[in-house]
Design a protein around this ligand. Structure first.
Ligand code: GLV
Length: 329
């Protein structure tokens, strides 16, 4: 019998044709509600479901699900209870690697945009408030010579480090979960002698830019909270291209409002698409709608990888990017 794939929202790129070669494909016109997704997954009508970040695949859904696998169209998979999936023998796939540079580019865009007040400047021009060159117009700060602190030192953090070094920044990092696991020279590779590992508290206190590159886990939930904002420099800028709940967003609004930190550049939010009250009113924020991986080639690769994972799940091959290989043992 042909495989039956459920795709929870339209995706670009080669993914759908790849699935169509192997079976029937149902693409929902927009992300389903939780209850609809649960119903579809337990219907017995689908072998694999291709999900995206807005789909909550929790333990209750997985307990009833009659699918062999969940292929997530994302590198992060905090929307899926992987432990529960594993306990039910359900495979989980993701799309690592292909969005590393694109996400690092967005982190740099936020670093540059917040330090040079790009949003305020753009608004001034559009609103007809530009009166010509002025010595004191929209003065920002230099990023060269400033300290970039990376929370995490995985693929995306390293890609940001590479860029930041090119801009003449001093780069510090604390590995994930920000802690004291020593990162040796071999693991540092090209970054040996060019970046410095420091304990989390030192990272927080020394950074001019604190950029988050950790997955969302129980350990990283609200990693950056009111206590952290108190430790940060008053001129510091927070950059988040990881996951919203890593930051206590209410505390962030208070810290920005009270001048505990200078600015924030965010691509992710604690309760997307809702934003903490007051965030949009603050001039010292640059707010993007979760577009870290949003380039045409990257989304095409994510599409291809998520489809290859899904096809492998129904053909008893090992998916190229399997999050829970224990299921196959
Ligand atoms: C995007 O946020 C992803 O995890 O792919």
């Amino acid at each position: 019998m042909d495989a039956r794939f459920l795709v929870t929202t339209p995706i670009p790129g080669p993914g759908l044709p790849l699935l169509e070669e192997k079976g029937s494909v149902t693409v929902l016109p927009e992300p389903p509600s939780y209850s609809r997704l649960r119903e579809l997954c337990s219907s017995g009508d689908y072998d694999v479901v291709l999900t995206q970040l807005r789909d909550t695949v929790d333990a209750d859904l997985l307990a009833e699900a009659q699918v062999k696998g969940v292929s997530n169209f994302a590198v992060g998979y905090n929307n899926i209870d992987v432990k529960a999936a594993t306990s039910h023998g359900i495979l989980v796939g993701n799309t690592p690697g292909v969005l590393t540079d694109a996400t690092a580019d967005v982190a740099m865009a936020l670093i540059l945009g917040t330090s040079r007040r790009v949003i305020e400047a753009d608004r001034m021009v559009r609103e007809g408030r530009f009166r010509g060159w002025e010595p004191e117009l929209l003065l920002g700060r230099d990023i060269s010579g400033s300290v970039l602190g990376l929370a995490g030192f995985g693929r995306i953090a390293r890609a940001v480090a590479r860029r930041a070094l090119g801009f003449g920044m001093e780069v510090l990092f604390s590995p994930r979960p920000p802690g004291d696991r020593p990162v040796g020279r071999e693991e540092l590779g090209e970054f040996a002698d060019r970046v410095q590992q420091v304990p989390w508290d030192e990272l927080v206190t020394r950074s001019d830019f604190l950029s988050l590159h950790v997955p969302l886990t129980e350990q990283t939930h609200h990693l950056v909270d009111a206590d952290v904002f108190k430790l940060m420099k008053p001129g510091a800028i927070l950059i988040n291209t990881a996951r919203g709940p890593v930051v206590d967003e209410k505390a962030l609004v208070a810290a920005l409002r009270d001048g505990e930190i200078a600015a924030a550049g965010l691509d992710v939010y604690e309760d997307e698409p809702r934003l903490a009250e007051g965030l949009t009113e603050l001039p010292n924020t640059m707010l993007l709608p979760h577009v870290g991986s949003a380039t045409v080639p990257v989304r095409a690769e994510m599409s291809r990888l998520s489809a290859l994972n899904a096809v492998a799940m129904v053909t008893s091959q090992e998916p190229p990017h399997l999050v829970n290989p224990e299921v196959l043992k």
